[in-house]
Design a protein. Structure first.
Length: 611
């Protein structure tokens, strides 16, 4: 009885909310990825039943608001206001798509017709229909219906990809959890990212959903007349999915068969709470913690090496576990590196020098990669001091085992800074923005970082030869258009140092991992991730967390599979020896640009018709 009394005008809004919730369930912490083929089925009929732009925008905005409110609930660990504002803002992109879906992409929309032209146009339509029936018959009707269905499916899918690309670019971009990221647990369907990027993967689910809705409506109408006809449009959509699946099967087998250079890696994760990490009194303990954990992990490997040799009674060759790279996370050491104009190398003082030079580097013949801050300094010939107004960088540093410490360090300075996290635009001209930051986060803004400029890979020694590192810091491993600029036709690994401790033990860490997997797939380079708190792991060039040789899962986690633990992991990354370059690495977001072009053409044609 209650359902009968429910106002019909509210049903589209309810369906929109359900769609948003279903989409949110596709991502961690739920990981119901199969819902990507279902979530839009309530949304499209709700949008297509209308015709006004405002209506389409509102319905899609509702779906987007529910999705982002659930999907980004981890932002509440930092700022409730920030979570609400961010969800409200990101839902605008859903609304923009809904505006297109209700007009250009609406196969059920009835166009307004001038009453004076009705009789003439009706007569012309009848004549045209009779002529078309004589010429084409049943086959012509099937083709016309199918082509019309495919046209509207193409418009909706192209518009979604175009707007998702816009979201990842506008205002420095927020490409987090695009529709393609739902394939993070279905690696076969994820492999096409090396062609079209993760944004391009959104095309297939939207295209299929639009075709299914149109097919179901036509089947319902035909069932009433008793004249069922073949569905060519559904066959095309199914073929598209089959091609994506077959490409994925072939690509996984192909990539796993490449000749590779093996990189032996030791990941060290201290799992330091964020409220402790920047506490001045904890600085010494943090530095010593990394040194002690690294020493303990290397001692354990050495003990295992001894046991392996002792157990080798047949005299077979025994491989010793010795890392080429030891990787610490973002901002692992609290004190910064200092650099000055005209001075070669870095200034390293106090405990930082002691930890690196006396406690860590003597432990073995490895290169240390770690996150550190770099501050510009003034050098008076004897001491270096902070430079007022100088550059400050969030960096990834490599410390080679040979030469003087000052000259053995190479750094990459983070290019893609986090808006309202690492910098506030126009904060000097608009100081109230700092007050908003403090009100929403509960902490004062400590000063902005400067964006780096280099897109040159770093180099590290591996097995007697230099190997290239594609560096990423923090959320840069979610930005494909940036990481692709570092790709060279050389053996390479991606290294990401991050700190997800801001968001405590929330699903944010697993969502970050899901997004970062696609950089390995897009570029066909393995990724080494080191997190302070988050997910430290080694990802293969196919996006897998398992060693393709041993089958071992290469993730720091406890016995319950949770990543929030103080531990280390020794594993292997396999860098393609001949450095093959994927289509995405070469051409970037070409597919998204094509979808932008198709959407623009559809808009222009509609405007010309209406005029």
């Amino acid at each position: 009885m209650a359902m009968k009394n429910f106002p019909k005008c509210l049903w589209p809004w309810v369906l929109a909310a359900v769609s948003g919730l279903l989409l949110a369930l596709c991502f961690p912490d739920w990981n119901l990825s199969g819902l990507v083929w279902v979530w839009m089925l309530p949304l499209l009929p709700a949008i297509w039943r209308g015709s006004r732009k405002r209506y389409g925008f509102g319905i899609a905005y509702t779906a987007g608001l529910v999705f982002w409110a659930v999907n980004l609930k981890w932002v509440w660990t930092v700022s409730g206001l920030g979570a609400m504002v961010l969800a409200a803002f990101l839902a605008l992109y859903f609304g923009l798509w809904g505006l297109i879906a209700v007009t250009l992409g609406n196969p059920w929309r009835k166009r307004a017709v001038n009453r004076d032209d009705v009789q003439g146009s009706a007569i012309q339509q009848k004549i045209a229909a009779k002529q078309a029936g004589k010429k084409t018959g049943l086959l012509g009707g099937v083709l016309d219906d199918s082509f019309r269905s495919l046209k509207f499916a193409l418009i909706n899918a192209a518009a979604w990809v175009a707007i998702e690309w816009l979201r990842g670019w506008l205002f420095t971009g927020f490409g987090w959890n695009g529709l393609g990221v739902t394939f993070h647990n279905t690696p076969v369907l994820a492999q096409a990212a090396d062609l079209v990027g993760v944004t391009g993967l959104a095309f297939t689910p939207v295209f299929m959903s639009a075709v299914i809705i149109q097919t179901c409506r036509r089947l319902g109408a035909e069932a009433q007349t008793g004249k069922l006809r073949p569905r060519l449009d559904f066959s095309v959509a199914a073929l598209l999915l089959a091609v994506q699946f077959c490409y994925g099967v072939w690509r996984v087998k192909d990539v796993n068969g490449w000749e590779t250079d093996r990189v032996r890696v030791l990941l060290v994760q201290e799992n330091i709470p964020q409220d402790v990490k920047w506490e001045p009194r904890a600085s010494a303990d943090i530095r010593q913690g990394y040194a002690d954990s690294t020493a303990a992990a290397l001692a354990k490997l050495e003990q295992e090496n001894v046991e392996s040799v002792q157990q080798n009674v047949n005299g077979d060759e025994v491989e010793l576990q010795t890392p080429d790279l030891v990787v610490w996370p973002e901002s692992a050491l609290p004190l910064p590196l200092l650099f000055a104009e005209g001075v070669d190398g870095y200034f390293i003082y106090g405990e930082t020098r002691h930890v690196l030079e006396k406690e860590v580097l003597p432990l073995g013949n490895f290169t240390l990669l770690l996150g550190m801050n770099e501050f510009e300094a003034e050098f008076d010939g004897e001491f270096a001091r902070f430079k007022e107004g100088g550059g400050q960088y969030n960096s990834l540093a490599t410390v080679r085992p040979d030469g003087l410490l000052e000259q053995s360090i190479q750094t990459y300075r983070k290019k893609h800074l986090v808006l309202f996290g690492e910098y506030i635009p126009f904060d000097e001209q608009l100081p109230f923005l700092r007050d908003i930051f403090k009100f929403s986060s509960g902490a004062s803004f400590a000063g902005g970082f400067t964006a780096g400029t280099s897109t040159e890979p770093l180099t590290v020694p591996v097995s007697g030869a230099d190997m290239q590192v594609i560096p990423t810091v923090c959320f840069e491993d979610t930005v494909g258009r940036l990481t692709r600029k570092f790709v060279r036709r050389e053996p390479q690994v991606i290294v990401n140092v991050t700190n997800d401790g801001w968001f405590k033990e929330s699903e944010q860490a697993l969502q970050h991992l899901a997004n970062s997997k696609f950089r390995a797939i897009e570029l066909r380079r393995p990724m080494i991730r080191s997190a302070n708190t988050g997910v430290s792991a080694i990802i293969t060039a196919t996006g897998s967390l398992k060693d393709p040789v041993t089958g071992e899962r290469q993730v720091i986690e406890d016995e319950n599979g949770r990543p929030f633990v103080r531990a280390s992991h020794y594993g292997h990354a396999y860098a393609p020896k001949h450095g093959p370059v994927s289509l995405y690495a070469m051409a970037g977001d070409w597919f998204s640009y094509l979808m932008i072009g198709l959407t623009s053409v559809a808009f222009i044609r509609a405007r010309l018709r209406s005029s």
